[in-house]
Design a protein around this ligand. Structure first.
Ligand SMILES: Nc1nc2c(ncn2[C@@H]2O[C@H](COP(=O)(O)OP(=O)(O)OP(=O)(O)O)[C@@H](O)[C@H]2O)c(=O)[nH]1
Ligand SMILES: [Mg+2]
Ligand SMILES: [Zn+2]
Length: 293
């Protein structure tokens, strides 16, 4: 038996990249259908290679660390949150919400500033002042011209997906990371509009340094429906040093007295912008919950 990762599903078969660096086209054992288990791209699996060198049987799916629904991929290691140095201007609420979603799924966050060929350091300065406290790595790249791509590619260990506003350059970056494969970029053509109704095809692309990237970027679970207000702070690593020193045990760091997190904001040790958006997102979560009951 060999271990491997499902990189693609095609009509009931699964392409598995095995530890010997070979791809085996595998048919799942009947037991999976009996149990109602559908293998997913990203699944770590055990296979038995069969007579023909590149075929095999899918024997076992190892426990999943996490699962995304759109795109349907399991075991995501990193979420690269992409903003543009220029056009479109960054939507930091979206950035924070993507971070919260990633944190809750045990996915590491990478912050990615694209289009650095276009602009000076404005967005970088903002990102640094707002996110350095969280400890997330920040990469500056140009998907169009290639700056910083090599370094980014080395940092993408395991499975990475990209997310961010339309037009920030996600597809351009992926093409640059994996020059062997071209994805659709730029204007939405009539062809793509028609393509919307065809089956979404998900595939893990193998990067030169061994990492893998999902070729259908998308990370759309942004409603934060099931976040408990008390849990929201767990997605803010920059609060960690302070929150255990708040006067109240269940402090949400909103308007409670003697809140150490608020004090850290006032002292400039936690980004005011990040904190203000935290309050806003907290309101949103509470509002959503009220509508649920
Ligand atoms: N100058 C410059 N333009 C870029 C860069 N990266 C992407 N672009 C341009 O930005 C536009 C959008 O790029 P895409 O890669 O399609 O953006 P996307 O994030 O995939 O957008 P959606 O698929 O709509 O979510 C295209 O016109 C690209 O040529 C870059 O590094 N520098
Ligand atoms: Mg795209
Ligand atoms: Zn507090």
């Amino acid at each position: 038996m060999k271990e491997g990762v499902i990189i693609k599903g095609i009509g009931g078969f699964y392409d598995v990249l095995a530890s010997d660096n070979q791809v085996y086209r595998c048919r799942p054992r009947g037991i999976f259908r009996k149990l109602g288990i559908t293998p997913m791209v990203g699944d770590r699996v055990r296979i038995t290679p069969q007579s023909s060198e590149h075929e095999g049987a899918l024997e076992e799916i190892l426990p999943r660390k996490n699962t995304l629904i759109r795109p349907p991929v399991a075991n995501i290691d990193n979420l690269a949150v992409v903003v543009a140095a220029e056009q479109p201007s960054p939507d930091f609420y979206m950035v924070d919400k993507l971070i919260i979603t990633a944190e809750r799924m045990g996915i590491s966050v990478i912050l990615l500033i694209n289009k650095i060929d276009l602009a000076k350091t404005d967005v970088l300065k903002k990102m640094k002042s707002q996110y350095s406290g969280s400890g997330y790595p920040i990469f500056c790249v140009s998907g169009k011209f290639g700056q910083g791509i090599e370094e980014l590619s080395k940092a993408m260990k395991g499975i990475t997906t990209l997310a961010g506003q339309s037009g920030v350059g996600k597809s351009t970056i992926i093409n640059r990371l994996n020059p062997g494969k071209k994805l659709e970029t730029g204007k939405i053509s009539a062809k793509i509009k028609r393509g919307r109704h065809t089956t979404r095809h998900v595939e893990l692309l193998i990067l030169p340094h061994g990492g893998m990237v999902v070729d259908t970027p998308g990370f759309s679970q942004l409603e934060l429906k099931d976040v408990d207000p008390i849990e929201l702070q767990n997605s803010y690593p920059e609060f960690d040093r302070y929150r255990h020193e708040c006067y109240f045990n269940g402090c949400l760091h909103v308007s409670e007295p003697n809140c150490r997190v608020k004090q850290a904001v006032e002292e400039g040790n936690v980004s005011k912008e990040r904190y203000d958006r935290y309050i806003h997102i907290m309101e949103e979560i509470k509002e959503n919950r009220r509508n649920l009951w």
